[in-house]
Design a protein around this ligand. Structure first.
Ligand SMILES: Nc1ncnc2c1ncn2[C@@H]1O[C@H](COP(=O)(O)OP(=O)(O)OP(=O)(O)O)[C@@H](O)[C@H]1O
Length: 494
């Protein structure tokens, strides 16, 4: 008896509805004749019946009506939960091993976690052949020239060596990340392992917690480090151009498209594409992104041909993607594609141990920049300022710390930044004003705020010798354009 065992993939269902063959149907119709097809599925139950019926009809059309098709409901903690996937597969492979002469295992349908477990379990069964299909409908017999038992022994020996040594070998790429606290040390080790795996990565964390820095380190520590790293903030993409920016366009695709243009996927081919604020992508673009990840192909806007691409995706967000999938604003299938290796950046307030070293690094950067300005002396920071920084909650995380230090260095009159300099440089509501029983502002509140803004902008422009980018940075503004907007409103000459 020849059996095909496969997970059910979203693409299998979608393509079947279009009367096309995705992976399972390709193997069933074009591969060796099968006695039975067993499909494991945990979601999309309302679509199973239709899928099975259509597949049986197609089998009959090619003279394979004897092939039986069964869709088995299985329970998983989630489609990326290795433990429950392994249990389900062990159970079914165990049964099939006793009554099949040949087992085919499909690696293309389902999540990457399902493929990984299939490889690990399938490799140990002699009569099991691993299969995958290409977007062009080819069936590929997968050979993995590795003896896992030998490799495991080698790997565990080196892992043991690295665990027992005081300084486990870490890629220099992670030196940019301050990791004194246990939480960060563990996270960096996890990130290093993820970097080597080439799997998609999802970096979660509050704004300013260092997600982009981590994504860059993962790329630099990965086998793709010598290839392109492209980063894009999905939240800043104009909705009508998202498609074109990500996937490119051909000349004439829309008004203003006067020449062919490659998108970020093509530009990052062979390397890594960092999708910052991925939760901001419109649903229509999410579908295209999912297709690009599943089929490893993209189509430029207005083109009829698709292009094969090899891009590692690292996505990041400060949003709760789980919540968004349940609200229907983020596609669940895309979430599971992206969330293969998840790294959660802790907020700065939960790693006070790292703050002294971080301040050290940031102060060196600030002093180095200030060296270029002859009237500016290099500054130190006092112990009580560091203690204050360790006790403050930093809602804007490392970015807020950086901006606050910049302001404190700018305003402090002495050569050492004191706790009160730091405290009065924090812009968050309610922290810089001492609490008193009565409170009043001189005159009109708006005028009062504008005067404070005007003072700050003028001082920053003076300090930066009217370099607007530098002044904006010192003020903690997003860009020099934001500063220009402020200057116009406040009546400050350019
Ligand atoms: N370990 C670090 N050492 C020094 N600076 C850091 C470190 N991590 C982050 N930073 C700095 O903090 C700022 C914020 O970092 P980053 O842009 O990576 O955060 P983010 O989480 O991606 O923010 P957002 O969600 O707003 O995009 C940057 O200026 C970055 O250079």
């Amino acid at each position: 008896m020849a059996t095909l065992l496969s997970w059910l993939g979203r693409t299998d269902l979608d393509q079947m509805k279009l009367d096309k063959s995705a992976s399972i149907a390709t193997i069933a119709l074009k591969g060796k004749t099968l006695d039975r097809i067993i499909i494991l599925a945990s979601t999309w139950e309302d679509e199973w019946y239709d899928y099975k019926e259509r597949l049986e009809r197609k089998l009959a059309c090619v003279g394979r009506s004897k092939t039986s098709v069964t869709i088995l409901r299985v329970r998983l903690v989630s489609p990326i939960d290795y433990s429950s996937i392994t249990k389900v597969m062990q159970k079914h492979l165990g049964k099939l091993s006793s009554d099949s002469e040949q087992i085919y295992l499909n690696l293309t349908s389902g999540t990457p976690a399902m493929a990984v477990v299939s490889v690990l379990l399938g490799k140990s069964i002699a009569k099991c052949q691993l299969l995958q299909t290409s977007p062009k409908g080819e069936i590929i017999e997968v050979e993995i020239p590795v003896d896992f038992a030998t490799e495991y022994t080698k790997a565990s020996t080196s892992a043991l060596q690295s665990l027992t040594s005081d300084n486990p070998r870490l890629s220099p790429a992670f030196e940019a990340i301050t990791a004194k606290s246990d939480t960060m040390r563990y996270l960096v080790k996890k990130a290093q392992r993820l970097a080597l795996s080439d799997l998609p990565a999802l970096v979660l964390g509050e704004s300013g917690s260092g997600k982009e820095v981590m994504a860059t380190a993962i790329h630099n520590a990965s086998p793709r480090s010598d290839k392109t790293f492209r980063a894009v903030n999905c939240g800043a993409l104009p909705e009508n151009l998202v498609d074109s920016i990500l996937f490119g366009h051909v000349r004439g695709a829309f008004t203003g498209a006067d020449k062919d243009h490659s998108g970020l996927f093509e530009q990052a081919n062979g390397g890594t594409l960092f999708l910052d604020e991925v939760g901001e992508l419109p649903l229509g673009v999410q579908v295209k992104l999912l297709r690009a990840l599943q089929q490893k192909e993209i189509t430029r806007v207005g083109d009829v041909k698709s292009k094969v691409i090899d891009v590692r995706i690292i996505a990041a967000t400060h949003q709760d993607l789980f919540q968004m999938t349940s609200e229907g604003t983020f596609r669940e299938d895309l979430f599971y594609r992206l969330a293969v290796g998840v790294i959660e950046m802790p907020p700065l307030r939960s790693r006070a141990e790292d703050i002294p070293e971080l301040i050290d690094t940031l102060m060196s950067d600030i002093n180095q920049q200030a060296e270029k300005h002859p009237q500016f002396d290099s500054k130190k920071i006092s112990k009580d300022a560091i203690q204050f920084a360790q006790s403050y909650s930093w809602p804007g995380n490392i970015r807020e710390l950086w901006n606050t230090l910049n302001r404190a260095v700018l305003w402090s009159e002495a050569n050492t930044v004191l706790a009160q300099d730091l405290q009065s440089s924090i812009l968050s509501a309610g922290t810089s004003q001492p609490r008193t029983n009565s409170f009043s502002v001189p005159g009109d509140i708006q005028q009062y705020i504008d005067n404070i803004k005007k003072d700050a902008v003028n001082s920053a422009l003076g300090y930066s010798r009217r370099n607007k980018s530098k002044a904006a940075e010192a003020l903690g503004l997003k860009s020099h354009q934001t500063l220009s907007g402020w200057m116009t409103k406040l009546g400050i000459e350019e």
